[in-house]
Write a protein that binds this ligand. Structure first.
Ligand code: ATP
Length: 302
C-alpha cells in the first residue's frame, strides 16, 4: 500500500517541552487513521507539522509524497484541514466565506458546498461570526471536504457537534474512504471516532504509546464491570482465578453482593463464570481511555 503520510523521527520541541517526541509512522493511502490522546498529547502539533503551520525540530515528514515545506499551494490544495481551534469571526455569510475558501483550495464541484451544508444542517445564509460553536465547526468541515482533497486532516472534528450531526460526519468520512481519500482525525475520546477509524495511534505527553488496528487496541483495553449478584461465598474465588481479570471487589449487602472488577479485552470467560451465579444487574463501563493510556505509558502489562 502506498503511504499518504510518512514520518521519520519527526519531533517538535518548545524549549524544554517535547510537544512531539521523535515519531516514526506511516498512514496508508485510503486509510482512516485516528489520533487519540488526552489534552497536551501532541495531536495538534502532529497535524500542524503535516500542514507546515509549524516546522519540525527534527526528523522528516512526507505528505502525499512531498515535503510540506516545499509543497506550497499545490500541495495545500490536495489537503483538507480542519484546525482544532477554529476562529471564525467574519461578518460574511457562510456561503461567501466558503466561496472565498473555494477560490484558494478549489476547484469545488458545482453544488458540492450546498450538499455538504445540507447534510450537516448548516444554514449558509447566516453571518459566520454569529454562528454557534457547533455551526462554526460545520463551516470548518464543509471547507475541509468540499474540494474532495486526497488527504483530510481533521483536528477534533466532532467537538461541538450534536449526536445526529456527528453521525452524518462519520458517514462523510466513510464515503471519503470509499472514494479513496485518506483521513487523519483526532479526538480525546476513542468512542467518537472508533466507528470510522481503521488504525489508531495513541499519544501521551508527546510520545507514541501505541499504534495498531482498532480491534487490537480494544482487545487490550481494560473495562470495569459492575454487577449485583445473589450473595455467594464462592463468588470472589470463581472470579479471581480468571485470567485477565483484576481488582476484584465484592461487597455483601444482605442477600446481595455488589461486584466490581477490571477485565481486559474479551469478556467471554468472565460472563460464563458469572453465569453460574444469580446475576441481578450487570454493567460494563466504557474503557477509561486515559487510565489505559497511562497504563501503557508506565509499561504496565496491556
Ligand atoms: P489538546 O487535546 O489539548 O488539543 P493536543 O494533543 O492537541 O492537546 P498539542 O496542542 O499538540 O496537544 O500540545 C502538545 C504539547 O505542546 C503541550 O504540552 C503544549 O502545551 C505544548 N505546546 C503546543 N504548542 C505550543 C507553543 N506554541 N508553545 C509552547 N508549547 C506549546
Amino acid at each position: 500500500m502506498t503511504a499518504a503520510v510518512v514520518t521519520s523521527a519527526l519531533s517538535k520541541r518548545y524549549g524544554a517541552t517535547a510537544a512531539l517526541a521523535p515519531l516514526t509512522l506511516s498512514v496508508g493511502a485510503g486509510q482512516v487513521f485516528g489520533l487519540i490522546g488526552p489534552n497536551g498529547a501532541g495531536k495538534t502539533t502532529f497535524m500542524r507539522l503535516l500542514l507546515d503551520i509549524i516546522r519540525p525540530s527534527g526528523g522528516s515528514v512526507r505528505v502525499l509524497g512531498e515535503d510540506p515545506r516545499r509543497g506550497g499551494a499545490p500541495l495545500r490544495r490536495r489537503v483538507g484541514y480542519l484546525p482544532g481551534e477554529l476562529r471564525l469571526e467574519s461578518r460574511a455569510r457562510a456561503s461567501e466565506l466558503l466561496e472565498h475558501y473555494a477560490r484558494i483550495s478549489g476547484p469545488v464541484r458545482p453544488g458540492a458546498t450546498e450538499r455538504l451544508a445540507e447534510r450537516l444542517q448548516l444554514d449558509l445564509g447566516q453571518q459566520v461570526g454569529k454562528l454557534s460553536k457547533g455551526n462554526k465547526q460545520k463551516v470548518g468541515l464543509v471547507q475541509a471536504f468540499m474540494h474532495r482533497p486526497e488527504l483530510l486532516v481533521l483536528d477534533e472534528p466532532t467537538s461541538g457537534l450534536d449526536p445526529l450531526v456527528q453521525k452524518e460526519f462519520l458517514a462523510l468520512v466513510r464515503e471519503a474512504k470509499e472514494a479513496g481519500q485518506t483521513v487523519i482525525l483526532s479526538s480525546h475520546v476513542l468512542s467518537e471516532i472508533e466507528a470510522a477509524a481503521d488504525r489508531v495511534a495513541v499519544l501521551h505527553k508527546g510520545e507514541l504509546v501505541r499504534v495498531g488496528a482498532l480491534a487490537e487496541l480494544r482487545a487490550s483495553q481494560r473495562r470495569r464491570l459492575r454487577a449485583t449478584v445473589a450473595a455467594s461465598t464462592a463468588l470472589e474465588g470463581a472470579l479471581s482465578s480468571l485470567e485477565r481479570v483484576s481488582a476484584v471487589s465484592v461487597v455483601e449487602r444482605g442477600a446481595e453482593a455488589q461486584l466490581s472488577l477490571l477485565v481486559e479485552g474479551d469478556v467471554d470467560a468472565l460472563v460464563k463464570a458469572l453465569a453460574r451465579f444469580e446475576v441481578r444487574d450487570l454493567l460494563i463501563e466504557e474503557p477509561e481511555l486515559e487510565e489505559t493510556i497511562i497504563g501503557y505509558y508506565r509499561g504496565e502489562p496491556s
